[in-house]
Ligand binder design. Structure first.
Ligand code: SF4
Length: 397
């Protein structure tokens, strides 16, 4: 299969370079969105600093034929802000109707978990899954919708490649929900992983450290920030539980100081935090990484004994820094050592808050405008359960 592979990427880059010579009006704008986990994976592999890694990756992609290389942090910020708004909507809905299935809200940014839920637990689980698109797919909307409009081109005149930590992101990009039938194009055309990039470099005896350095582009507005690879509060999986917990405490219980003291329960990959007042639990959030913990969570939900308001669910143990297509550990070190190294590196990055990102605040006005319908169509999605021996069912939140 060559779709969504290095072969596809190289073929498109090559053909586009030829078109730029022979028929420039038919050439596409090639945009590459890079996310923080593969940047860190490649930083460790090639012994580079994170921002230098992003800039060498930008140089390498442009050498191959990319026009713009952008950081996924804008999509991640939109995803966090949208998810926190969705949580407040669901929480209030649940207050009015405690029998509704609006809580617990389960994170949806991990396609490994979402596919498993759709296939294995059918319509029972779907109402709980957050309708907010993942950062990859919000980048898809941003690139194929907003960027296309400011460049004055159609979405199908852009080829959008993302660099991600796992193969499941390829499945996510191929979902029907992210296909624009009017322009016969996908929001994300191709997904490449850290390990595939390493293989590509190795096959040509290249080292990322020797690639030319090029700036990471900021085509969203006129005033680009001083670029640095940065992190969100919380884990290297995006920080959903931390961000939404702080926001919910501020909006729903403004007089109570929240403490982000996530405690491991059965194991390090299942943690919880509570907001309480005089011994009364006001909010209870969890983080469940890895299938063992996910299965346990689902069993609790089935028995109606799940005590959480929100759970950040990620299929990989230790989350996205340990994604299945990150570069593997070297022979002389263990995978645990490598994850520790990646976690330390993530912690060392400058912290940024989505609610303070001026680009995102500007784009809310410029791109999404005052009409929430447009925001919802760009930021939210739907899921489908295929029940055994029945027809497909669609749940829309
Ligand atoms: Fe991919 Fe693993 Fe992250 Fe899920 S947890 S998005 S499968 S890297």
């Amino acid at each position: 299969v060559t779709q969504q592979s290095q072969e596809e990427m190289l073929r498109v880059f090559e053909e586009n370079l030829q078109l730029k010579q022979s028929a420039p009006e038919q050439a596409k704008l090639i945009v590459v969105s890079i996310s923080v986990q593969p940047i860190l994976s490649l930083a460790v592999r090639y012994n580079l600093k994170p921002t230098e890694t992003a800039e060498r990756l930008s140089g390498y992609m442009k050498k191959l034929g990319a026009d713009l290389v952008v950081d996924c942090c804008v999509g991640e910020d939109f995803a966090l802000l949208e998810a926190q708004n969705e949580f407040i909507e669901r929480y209030q809905n649940h207050q009015n109707n405690p029998k509704s299935e609006s809580l617990p809200m389960l994170a949806s940014s991990c396609p490994g978990w979402v596919c498993y839920a759709e296939k294995t637990h059918g319509s029972f689980i779907l109402p709980y899954i957050s309708a907010t698109k993942s950062p990859q797919q919000i980048m898809g909307s941003l690139v194929k919708n907003f960027l296309a409009s400011i460049k004055g081109i159609n979405p199908n005149q852009i080829y959008h490649l993302t660099v991600m930590p796992c193969y499941d992101k390829k499945l996510e990009a191929s979902r029907n929900e992210f296909y624009n039938s009017a322009f016969e194009t996908r929001d994300v055309d191709c997904v490449i992983t850290a390990i595939e990039l390493e293989a590509l470099l190795s096959s040509s005896n290249l080292d990322l450290a020797d690639m030319p350095s090029s700036s990471v582009d900021w085509p969203w507005n006129a005033k680009p920030p001083d670029y640095q690879v940065s992190r969100h509060i919380g884990s290297g999986s995006g920080g959903y539980a931390h961000q939404i917990f702080l926001h919910a405490a501020k909006i729903l219980h403004p007089n109570i100081e929240p403490h982000l003291d996530f405690k491991p329960l059965r194991n390090i990959d299942f943690r919880e935090v509570i907001l309480e007042n005089d011994g009364k639990v006001l909010l209870r959030f969890g983080i469940a990484n890895g299938f063992r913990n996910i299965q346990n969570l689902v069993q609790k939900l089935k028995r109606k004994k799940c005590p959480y308001d929100y759970v950040e669910v990620m299929a990989c143990p230790s989350g996205c820094l340990n994604g299945g297509a990150q570069v593997r550990s070297k022979e002389d070190s263990t995978s645990r050592d490598l994850i520790q190294k990646l976690e330390n590196l993530y912690e060392s990055l400058p912290l940024h808050k989505p609610e303070e990102n001026p680009t995102v605040l500007e784009l809310y006005n410029q791109w999404l405008g005052p009409h929430s319908d447009r925001g919802k169509s760009m930021m939210r999605t739907t899921y489908h359960a295929v029940e055994k021996n029945t027809t497909a069912l669609t749940i829309k939140w």
